[in-house]
Design a binder for this molecule. Structure first.
Ligand code: SAM
Length: 264
């Protein structure tokens, strides 16, 4: 998978060289490249924003500069950025063949979920645009949708960040760990919260010692009876979900729960 990220703070994404993301790039599974939006400006101040039409506080990111940048990354234009500042412009060759998906973090958009992460992990090329200030001109995603480019906007939660960088870092991490070969142990992503048909919260986990500072691990987990352990974990998963995230359990079809679940 290739991931291009456009930001006025591309240095933010140096973190992508660390940990599992860095290893996946070393293995050739993933390529992450951050670009400085200001590389596509033409004025002496490298301005990317202007005052809001209709008045109001703050500044709005300009459609023209975003479009020059995104056209380049999407392979829709032949213009090159005016200068490189620590990051290089993407190689546009072949991008259109790989059906890139354009993603903008936006607090007013639908919530980014595990199922969105799972769907996007199948894509070959993702391009993220990080908003700043009061956000980006709303015509940018509209324009690219009209060009037939798959364009998504997602919120990562009901709060406001200073910019889209942290939101993109969250989405990139959630998406890339689902790419086959990314995780050392592929089973780690099978039994997890928000995953699978039911999307329940995961049961609580413990490690040794079984007694620590006066708190015991539930004895059933050390019983060696795998059937009972599975039952215990399943019950805990249902209980935690109904208590903490009842919205996740309301959609479940009772007929698909097993008989012991129904009698709980
Ligand atoms: N004026 C906007 C509003 O009230 O909805 C907030 C703009 S915010 C300060 C600047 C940028 O940060 C947004 O354009 C978006 O890219 C990003 N951002 C902030 N909060 C976010 C969230 N909860 N989810 C996704 N992106 C967010």
């Amino acid at each position: 998978m290739k991931i291009d990220i456009v930001s006025v703070f591309p240095e933010f994404f140096e973190v992508a060289q660390l940990s599992l993301l860095g290893k996946a790039q070393d293995k050739g599974i993933l390529q992450v490249q951050a670009h400085n939006l200001r590389d596509w400006t033409h004025d002496v101040h490298h301005s990317v924003d202007d005052t809001p039409v209709g008045g109001g506080a703050g500044m709005v990111m300009k459609a023209e500069v975003w479009a020059e940048c995104l056209d380049d990354l999407l392979g829709l234009s032949t213009s090159a950025p005016t200068q490189a500042q620590g990051t290089s412009p993407a190689d546009a060759t072949g991008f259109t063949d790989r059906q890139p998906v354009l993603i903008f973090p936006n607090p007013s958009a639908p919530l980014f979920t595990q199922s969105a992460a799972s769907e996007l992990s199948q894509a070959e090329h993702l391009i993220f645009g990080c908003g700043r200030y009061e956000g980006y001109d709303a015509r940018i995603p509209t324009y690219y949708r009209r060009q037939g480019i798959q364009t998504r906007e997602y919120s990562i939660g009901d709060y406001i960040l200073n910019g889209g960088e942290a939101a993109v870092a969250v989405m990139v991490e959630a998406i890339t760990r689902l790419i086959p070969g990314f995780m050392g142990n592929p089973n780690s992503i099978i039994e997890e919260s928000y995953t699978g048909d039911e999307s329940l919260l995961e049961y609580r986990q413990y490690t040794r010692p079984s007694s620590w500072r006066g708190i015991e691990v539930p004895s059933i987990l050390t019983s060696g009876d795998h059937g009972k352990v599975d039952r215990f974990r399943r019950d805990e998963s249902l209980e935690l979900t109904s208590r903490i995230r009842p919205d996740l359990i309301e959609h479940l079809d009772c007929n698909r729960l097993d008989i012991k679940d129904k009698n709980k």
